[in-house]
Ligand binder design. Structure first.
Ligand code: SAM
Length: 162
């Protein structure tokens, strides 16, 4: 497989999974996009969920100009700093869907960050809410339902709040 094949597979899986998740979630509850990047997945979420409140977290916004969220929905800063205030503001169980795509090439760092983020993300999910993630999270109050999505194992991780 070429690097082009691999990139196409990864992006196709990401899109298919977001399509699956947006079909699954409850009609109420916030949507959180963690890691705006160039705005591709944010753009897809807002197209799939018109009228839905989507809060976007990013420490260094530099997305395509068409894909910058309205100022009140863009939360700038490191997730470890911004999520606690967000939880304070909206309370537990506020989110129907959290999509997190903040991976780097450094797996050790990725694992450390996931371990620090898990206790912040878990209480934000409403009952039945979904976390769709580019890495594994340890969240005791959620079921790992990755296998139910039809994704190749280990490509993306999906958790549902019990
Ligand atoms: N899903 C995006 C897309 O489709 O365009 C790509 C996201 S990109 C891979 C990851 C983004 O997460 C980067 O813009 C990076 O700045 C952001 N990020 C990584 N770690 C972060 C952190 N701890 N707090 C806030 N943003 C972070």
């Amino acid at each position: 497989m070429t690097r082009l094949d691999s990139a196409i597979r990864r992006l196709t899986a990401q899109r298919d999974l977001l399509n699956w998740a947006t079909d699954q979630i409850a009609p109420s509850g916030l949507v959180l996009e963690l890691g705006l990047g160039n705005g591709r997945t944010y753009d897809h979420l807002r197209a799939r969920l018109p009228g839905r409140e989507i809060y976007v977290f990013e420490r260094a916004p530099a997305a395509h100009p068409d894909c910058i969220p309205p100022a009140r929905y863009l939360i700038v800063g490191d997730l470890l700093d911004t999520l606690p205030a967000f939880i304070e503001r909206f309370g537990p169980g506020a989110a129907a869907l959290i999509h997190i795509d903040i991976g780097t090439g450094d797996e050790t760092q990725n694992r450390k960050l996931a371990a620090r983020l898990a206790p912040l993300l878990e209480p934000l999910l409403q009952l039945g809410g979904l976390l769709v993630a580019d890495r594994a999270f340890a969240m005791p109050s959620c079921s790992d339902i990755s296998a139910e999505t039809g994704m190749a194992a280990g490509r993306y991780f999906v958790y549902r709040r019990k």
